[in-house]
Ligand binder design. Structure first.
Ligand code: DGL
Length: 268
C-alpha cells in the first residue's frame, strides 16, 4: 500500500476525528502524528503554529494518492495554506467541513483554543455560507491542558467550561461548534451544562462525510465495533502515557511509536 491517510494534531484531540473517520469508512491505513512534546498549540503565537505545521507536514512526507486530514483546528485556522502547499496531496480540513453542518441556526457559538478563536476562521467560514449569522468565538485556554492531564471528570474542568459557556449563553446561541478537536471528549459535560435546545456541532462528522468523495460511500454499518489496527500512532514524547489515552478513547490501541520530527520517515 503506497498511499495512506495522514492525520495530525498536538495530542489526543485528533482521535475524535480518527474515530469519526473509522466509524464511517472502517479501519483504513492511517498515520496519526501527535506532537505531544509541544502541546498545547492553541496557546502559542501564529508564527510558532505555522512553523510547527511545516515540520509536521515535512515529517509525514505524503506520497501521491495520500490524503491529509487536518485534525487540529489551530493549525487549520493559522497554517492551512502551508499544509496544502507542502503536502502536495488532497487536504481535508475541519473548518471548511462545518459548512454542511450549519442548518437553521442564525446565532452560533464556537468554543476553540485562544489561537483559533483570535483568528476568526470559524466566523469567516460560517459567514461565507450564512452572511447574516451572528457568530461568537470563545477561546478556552485551560481546556486542552486539563483534557490531556486526564481531568475530564473533575470539578476543575466543569468550572472552567461553565465560565467559557457564560458569554455564549448570554448571547443566546442556538448551536455551539466544537472548534477544537479535543472538545468532543467534553460532550457529556457540555450536555449537562447546556439547555437541551442548544445543538452541538462536531466538524469531524462533516470531515468524515467529505471523505466519501475519495473513498466512496460509508462501508461500516452503524454501531459496529471500531478497530484502528491499521493506524500507526506516532508521538514526539511519552508514548506509554499516550497509549493509555488512546485505549481510553478508542477502546483499543496499536503500539505507540516515539519519533523525532528531525528525522523524516516514510511509512507503508
Ligand atoms: N486539538 C487541537 C485543535 O483542534 C490543538 C489543541 C492544542 O494543542 O491547543 O486546535
Amino acid at each position: 500500500m503506497n498511499s495512506y491517510i495522514g492525520i495530525f494534531d498536538s495530542g489526543m484531540g485528533g482521535l475524535s476525528v480518527l474515530n469519526r473517520v473509522v466509524e464511517r469508512h472502517g479501519d483504513l491505513p492511517c498515520i496519526y502524528l501527535a506532537d505531544t512534546a509541544r502541546i498545547p498549540f492553541g496557546n502559542k503565537s501564529p508564527s510558532e503554529i505555522r512553523s510547527i505545521a511545516k515540520e509536521l507536514v515535512d515529517w509525514l512526507k505524503y506520497k501521491e494518492g495520500s490524503i491529509v486530514l487536518v485534525a487540529c483546528n489551530t493549525t487549520n485556522s493559522l497554517a492551512f495554506d502551508i499544509v496544502e502547499s507542502l503536502s502536495g496531496v488532497e487536504v481535508i480540513d475541519l473548518i471548511r467541513s462545518v459548512e454542511s453542518m450549519i442548518i437553521n441556526e442564525s446565532r452560533i457559538g464556537v468554543l476553540a483554543t485562544p489561537a483559533t478563536a483570535a483568528s476568526k476562521a470559524y466566523s469567516c467560514q460560517i459567514k461565507s455560507v450564512k452572511p447574516q449569522a451572528f457568530v461568537l468565538e470563545q477561546g478556552c485556554p485551560d481546556l486542552v491542558p486539563l483534557i490531556e492531564a486526564g481531568k475530564l471528570n473533575t470539578e476543575e474542568i466543569k468550572l472552567a467550561v461553565k465560565e467559557y459557556l457564560k458569554p455564549l449563553l448570554k448571547a443566546g446561541v442556538e448551536s455551539i461548534v466544537l472548534g477544537c478537536s479535543h472538545y468532543p471528549l467534553l460532550v457529556p459535560l457540555l450536555r449537562q451544562l447546556l439547555p437541551i435546545n442548544v445543538r452541538l456541532i462536531d466538524p469531524a462528522i462533516g470531515l468524515a462525510e467529505r471523505l466519501d468523495n475519495f473513498l466512496g460511500p460509508p462501508k461500516v454499518s452503524q454501531g459496529s465495533p471500531i478497530s484502528i489496527a491499521n493506524t500507526r500512532i506516532c508521538v514526539t514524547s511519552s508514548p506509554s502515557a499516550f497509549a493509555k489515552r488512546v485505549q481510553n478513547v478508542m477502546g483499543n490501541c496499536p503500539e505507540v511509536e516515539l519519533v523525532s520530527l528531525k528525522s523524516n520517515s516514510y511509512f507503508f
